[in-house]
Design a protein. Structure first.
Ligand SMILES: Cc1ncc(COP(=O)(O)O)c(C=O)c1O
Length: 373
């Protein structure tokens, strides 16, 4: 059996008619940039998340870059970033000539380790990025409490690039910071057929700034007020996303069911070989990724791949040890929890159309591996 990590072809077959219609509508109107479809998707996604403003941009990375730029932070500012995230979270800080400060992680939810967060706040800290990694909402109340206790003006930013539709208590993630960034990279829970992203915010000033930053710094066509970029969500992607948004909750529900099946089956294997994701009552994961911690990780990964199962690692090297950030002077041992976790984690295939038969095959192969090793 061959099991891909994500199967977008099968998903397309389930929505083919609507997608094809949406694409041909855009082509027929030929409004490819900043057309009606983009405006409508922005309205619908903003309404879905429940924020006042939603601005489409070119990618999740750009959503973070432009959102941070709109904050207008002074040079020398530090922004706190968890060490286990996709590098784009930190690149968005560096791209604004600001300093990312890495925090160790909590091995129960793979979010930030709160005592390390407290330790890393300095007089130069201006923002903390809460990353809802793997679709699991961060400990937002606790993070907010730490920020408040510092008695400094520190913004909370949400990197929700992996968590479309995830609930923190009674609200969807995206509602808790000065702004939140979403990615519509194809493999995401809500994915386009190319690059795409959005900033959502309730802050009028941030929304207005991002509006001109994403379009060459112009407030009116050909009248430029600041150094901007070209970063827009195009109409074809917006039209596709509009179709897919209608299915998002159902697809997230399927991911949650799949995670439950995985965990039930995997928890039956010998204890202490494998740790399945912890379920939290008041913060519901949408399982963008299904990540387990295992013994003999590299051997298992190889064995699964040899058996046609495309498992991956998110992420193999913590950010403080990436070559990109060697200039910051971190060394091995500085963030011990994330360094240990990075050697144990493995992401098993998960997508809404993954069948029970496929899940059982994956679990059987995992059991086989530990019987032999
Ligand atoms: C946590 C996180 N932040 C930021 C990004 C960047 O999004 P994009 O790939 O759309 O630029 C991603 C995408 O993989 C992500 O997973």
């Amino acid at each position: 059996m061959q099991i891909p990590f994500v199967d977008l072809k099968t998903q397309y077959q389930t929505i083919r008619k609507d997608i094809n219609k949406a694409i041909s509508t855009v082509i027929n109107t030929s409004q490819f940039i900043q057309g009606e479809e983009t405006k409508r998707f922005e309205e619908e996604f903003g309404k879905y998340i429940s924020t006042k403003y939603c601005l489409g941009v070119n990618s999740g990375t750009d959503a973070l870059i432009l959102g941070i730029r709109a904050l207008g932070l002074p040079s020398g500012s530090e922004i706190i970033v968890p060490a286990n995230t996709f590098i784009a979270t930190a690149l968005a800080v560096s791209e604004n000539d600001l300093k990312p400060v890495f925090v160790d992680i909590d091995e129960t939810d793979y979010g930030m380790e709160l005592s390390d967060l407290k330790r890393k706040i300095t007089s130069r800290t201006r923002a903390v990025i809460a990353v809802h990694l793997y679709g699991q909402p961060e400990k937002l109340d606790e993070i907010k409490k730490i920020i408040k206790k510092s008695k400094q003006k520190i913004y909370l930013i949400e990197d929700a690039c992996q968590a479309h539709g995830a609930f923190y208590k009674t609200k969807l993630v995206g509602n808790f910071g000065i702004f939140a960034a979403f990615s519509f990279y194809p493999g995401k829970n809500l994915g386009a057929y190319g690059d795409g992203g959005a900033i959502v915010t309730n802050d009028k000033k941030i929304a207005e700034k991002v509006k001109f930053l994403r379009e060459y710094g112009q407030k009116k066509k050909y009248y430029h007020i600041t150094v901007g970029v070209n970063s827009r969500l195009d109409s074809l992607q917006a039209a596709i996303l509009k179709v897919k948004l209608k299915h998002l909750d159902k697809w997230n529900g399927k991911r949650q069911e799949i995670a439950k099946i995985y965990s039930t089956l995997l928890d039956k294997l010998s204890p202490h070989i494998l740790y399945t994701p912890k379920i939290f009552k008041d913060r519901q994961s949408v399982f963008h990724l299904y990540v387990v911690r295992v013994k003999k990780r590299d051997g298992l990964l190889k064995y699964l791949q040899e058996n046609g199962i495309q498992a991956l690692i998110h992420y193999p090297t913590p950010l403080h040890l990436q070559k990109t950030y060697s200039f910051l002077g971190y060394k091995k041992g500085d963030l011990p929890i994330v360094e240990g976790v990075a050697e144990q984690i493995i992401s098993l295939p998960i997508f809404p159309d993954l069948t029970k038969k496929q899940i059982k095959y994956i679990v059987k192969k995992i059991a086989d591996f530990y019987e032999k090793n």
